[in-house]
Ligand binder design. Structure first.
Ligand SMILES: [Zn+2]
Length: 281
């Protein structure tokens, strides 16, 4: 499942191909993905110029000249394919390796410069919807999303207040999209390892005065880990080898002076990876 850095990577790779381009034709196959396609979808897109491509959490937002926004969430298996001059490529492809099957193309857009853009989604958990541009941030998709994990978005006092009310584990809190938007299972483990915080630590303990430095470190680390995973060019990149704990169970802790071994433990139905020695509870 693409996490926030992958989505940002895809956004950056898509934008130069889409910004300023007019949609000359649009088509959908089937009735929808996780939610039904918007009514008259193809007609509403035809003739629209894409002004810019932005992002909120894991939603890609294409702002249209028709004062509507095309809202896209990749779900579990959503991907974009482009075809131009007889060549096919995947903007911002990440660690996906399997070739895309055209039978899973659910939406196709033809741009004025001859580029074909196809949204491909094997499991159809994605979302493609249209909303009035002026209200897109109040849409049901976006209005309840948590803080954006950037230095400006993760305001220390705001986070502290949110954390103070939570008895659940810090790992569960990091995954809760209503608290901080866009962190998934892989990066939650990586962030907690780098900040030396045990994934089972009750969240509210990080809101105490004594834990202020720890919380600041967690916020800084969150931004760093996610930013490090974003690349400016949208080249196909494999990040797996750069993970310190994710899927590294049994390996020696990357901190040489630690001597611990990475442990895998199920937490709320998901796998958590951590070093029990340097991530004290
Ligand atoms: Zn360690």
């Amino acid at each position: 499942m693409p996490e926030l850095p992958e989505v940002e990577n895809i956004r950056r790779a898509l934008e130069p191909h889409l910004a300023g381009k007019k949609v000359v034709r649009a088509a959908v196959r089937g009735t929808g993905l996780r939610v039904p396609f918007p009514t008259h979808f193809a007609e509403r897109l035809k003739g629209a110029t894409i002004r810019q491509v932005s992002r909120r959490a894991k939603y890609i937002i294409a702002e249209l000249s028709t004062e509507e926004a095309l809202l896209v969430h990749l779900g579990m298996t959503g991907r974009w394919r482009m075809e131009r001059d007889g060549k096919s490529f995947e903007p911002g492809a990440f660690y996906y390796q399997s070739p895309m099957q055209p039978k899973h193309d659910h939406v196709t857009l033809m741009l004025e410069d001859g580029t074909l853009l196809a949204y491909n989604d094997t499991r159809r958990f994605g979302v493609i919807d249209l909303h009035p541009l002026s209200e897109v941030y109040q849409s049901t998709y976006l209005r309840n999303l948590g803080l954006e994990p950037t230095l400006e978005g993760l305001d220390f006092e705001k986070v502290r207040a949110l954390f103070a009310a939570r008895r659940s584990s810090i790992k569960a809190t990091l995954l809760d999209q209503k608290v901080i938007a866009g962190i998934g299972n892989i990066y939650a483990s990586e962030i907690l390892y780098r900040a030396k915080i045990h994934p089972f630590l009750p969240t509210h303990l990080l809101s105490s005065k004594r834990s202020a430095d720890k919380l600041k470190l967690l916020l800084r680390t969150t931004v760093e880990v996610l930013e490090n995973a974003v690349y400016p060019t949208g080249e196909p990149i494999t990040l797996r080898d750069e993970f310190k704990v994710y899927e590294k169970a049994g390996r020696a802790c990357a901190r040489r002076d630690c001597g611990g071994r990475i442990r895998k433990q199920t937490q709320n139905g998901r796998s958590s990876y951590f070093c029990p020695r340097c991530q004290k509870r």
